[in-house]
Design a protein around this ligand. Structure first.
Ligand code: ADP
Length: 190
């Protein structure tokens, strides 16, 4: 199975990505986690990634592609992937589509998790104490939601036009979100 999760910060991409990976046997590839690991590793690239993440800005496309592509190539060869937080820009979406063609695979669905900004902000503030993430503070959260609306939002139309968009209400308990996703994937396949 090959899926991607398209969702604003706080919608539950990580939780659902992990569950869908266990359920389908595909690999969960979380863009934010891979970039944070790269940032931790330090060096010039690490520092540049860390600076973008701390501000709540997107990491430049070329860096994202350099970090994510090897993971996607590897996962495509063994059971597929659940892309969580990639692509987030139109150029990334185009690059991901070209990569899929090169690998001879197709995307089964783009799962769009939606919830109101107030719900998302509250969730991110609630998890801030456990997440330990420097970008889980009020002003950066607001900026991340803005960046999402302006830059990632247009991907909803992009995947809807390709006939593979699955929209799910993220403002429900995690089990209900998972059940909705699975039901919609089943009807897509049927
Ligand atoms: P969230 O969705 O809550 O913002 P993520 O862990 O998915 O959490 O992303 C955290 C940060 O990592 C983003 O604010 C951005 O700086 C960077 N990032 C993650 N994915 C991408 C991507 N596809 N393109 C550019 N930057 C990204």
């Amino acid at each position: 199975m090959r899926l991607l999760l398209l969702a604003p910060p706080g919608a539950g991409k990580g939780t659902q990505g992990e569950r869908l990976a266990v359920w389908s046997g595909a690999r969960h590839i979380a863009a934010g986690d891979l970039l944070r690991a790269e940032a931790q590793a330090g060096g010039r690239l690490g520092h540049e990634i860390a600076a973008h993440q701390a501000r709540g800005d997107l990491v430049p496309d070329q860096i994202v592609l350099d970090v994510l592509t090897p993971a996607v190539v590897e996962a495509a060869a063994c059971g597929g992937y659940i892309l969580d937080g990639f692509p987030r820009t139109l150029p990334q979406a185009t690059a991901a589509a070209e990569l899929a063609v090169r690998l001879g695979v197709t995307l089964d669905a783009a799962i769009y998790l939606h919830a109101a900004d107030e719900v998302l902000t509250q969730r991110l503030l609630n998890r801030a104490s456990q997440s330990g993430r420097t970008d889980d503070v009020a002003d950066v959260i607001e900026h991340r939601l803005q960046v999402y609306a302006e830059t990632t939002g247009p991907l909803v139309t992009y995947y809807a036009e390709r006939g593979i968009l699955v929209a799910v209400d993220a403002n429900q308990p995690p089990d209900s979100v998972t059940a909705d996703i699975q039901a919609q994937l089943a009807s897509l396949a049927g």
